[in-house]
Design a protein around this ligand. Structure first.
Ligand SMILES: *Cc1c(COP(=O)(O)O)cnc(C)c1O
Length: 400
């Protein structure tokens, strides 16, 4: 007899489990912060948290929470409508203008998540006559968004600018009308910043448009936290920026595209995740507006974040760990083997440090690691505590 769907699903689950790839969610019994309370085996322990995208520490900022509460009181709990029917309040337009102004673009359009922004941005702008040239390490949502668009797809190896140029030439040979280069601003698994200076030069030379997904940069990288275009001096040249309110900017949820007025106007007419999905909750929009206002003047937080990154990097290097080089608060500790990364995460867990191990298929085989992320929510003491825990766990496992 043919297996039922239920049997197939159970088979897949056992396979995921057997491969050691089964992800289990842990319950956090506190706000998102530098120190969190995590439920483990019916008890609860405090951890230093090294794996949130809460770079600026705004996730539990009292002013952000107060602004969200005011949003709730003033605008209600939900809109029960997509934007164009009866789902647009002043707070939605204010958030769009605020994020556009922050990033130096004419306008912006909100989505339920950046996953949706990337899912909806390509298809309205390009069709089968056009070309999208995409970095091989781009986020899953860019890959999906590109798939939903009829444009021809070209891929270049992460950060390989010669290959990017080859792909631009190839697209020209194939007769592409418009060419768009799509890249993450920061590649989240490695913490590398995209080489936007070279990308934008190539784009100019070959007449391509540049789109940057700056989820891991908006709020904390570049002058005033305006992200990788500002960091690399390319903000005039990067025409389309996508991003999230779910990381540095308060960490709640919601995504956006920021670009010229006409691009945003067309996305409002045609972007499917915008047209066919509910409006952002007003409290989330109100809290995000406050988070941007704080981020824009948060040089103190950005300095603390950078100081933590330097301290943590040098502490781990001194202890003998292998790190990936970089200039972002993402600091990957290389362990190479999946089993070792998991054992190291468990050893750190016992020592009160919450980290996430990454291994194949999330990163290439033999490139397993613990990806740590610094946050302005951490104190110097927390960072030192984490360095000591790494050193202790590393010795216990023979890593260093
Ligand atoms: C987190 C992330 C996303 C998804 O953002 P959400 O708002 O959580 O959907 C998209 N792209 C990149 C590069 C990201 O890091």
């Amino acid at each position: 007899m043919a297996p039922t769907l239920e049997q197939r699903v159970r088979g897949l689950l056992s396979q995921i489990e057997a491969e050691g790839l089964y992800k289990r969610e842990r319950v956090i019994n506190s706000t998102q912060a530098g120190r969190i309370r995590v439920v483990s085996q019916a008890s609860e322990r405090e951890f230093v948290n090294l794996c949130a995208n809460n770079y600026l520490g705004l996730a539990d900022h009292p002013e952000v929470i107060a602004a969200a509460k005011r949003g709730l009181d003033e605008f209600g709990f939900g809109m029960a409508s997509v934007r164009f029917i009866c789902g647009t309040q002043a707070v939605h337009r204010e958030l769009e203008r605020t994020i556009a102004g922050y990033l130096g673009k004419e306008d912006a359009i909100l989505f339920a998540a950046c996953f949706d922004a990337n899912g909806g941005v390509f298809e309205p702008l390009l069709d089968a006559d056009d070309a999208i040239i995409s970095d091989s390490l781009n986020h899953a949502s860019i890959i999906d968004g590109v798939r939903l668009c009829k444009a021809r797809r070209y891929r270049f190896t992460n950060g390989d600018m010669n290959e990017l140029e080859d792909r631009l030439k190839e697209a020209d040979r194939d007769g592409a009308r418009f060419k768009l280069i799509a890249t993450d601003g920061v590649f989240s698994m490695d913490g590398y910043v995209a080489n936007l200076a070279v990308i934008c030069n190539l784009a100019e030379r070959y007449g391509a448009v540049v789109m940057v997904d700056d989820c891991h940069a908006t709020g904390h990288l570049g002058e005033a936290g305006r992200g990788t275009p500002t960091l690399t001096g390319t903000s005039q040249k990067v025409e389309i920026v996508t991003g999230t309110f779910g990381k540095s900017l308060g960490g709640a949820m919601g995504g956006f595209v920021a670009a010229s007025q006409s691009i945003i106007d067309l996305l409002r007419q045609r972007a499917r995740p915008y047209l066919f999905s509910n409006s952002l909750a007003p409290a989330v929009a109100a809290g995000s507006i406050k988070a941007i206002a704080i981020a824009e003047i948060a040089d103190d937080r950005r300095q603390l974040l950078a100081a933590h990154a330097r301290r943590f990097r040098s502490g781990l290097e001194k202890a003998g760990f292998e790190l990936l080089a970089g200039e972002t608060p993402i600091i990957p500790v290389m362990l190479h083997e999946a089993r070792l990364a998991q054992d190291m995460a468990a050893a750190l867990d016992e020592r009160g440090v919450y980290v996430a191990p990454f291994f194949y298929p999330v990163v290439p085989k033999g490139r397993a690691r613990i990806r740590t992320q610094m946050s302005a929510a951490l104190t110097e003491k927390d960072v030192e505590f984490a360095v000591d825990a790494f050193a202790d766990a590393g010795k216990a496992l023979g890593v260093i």
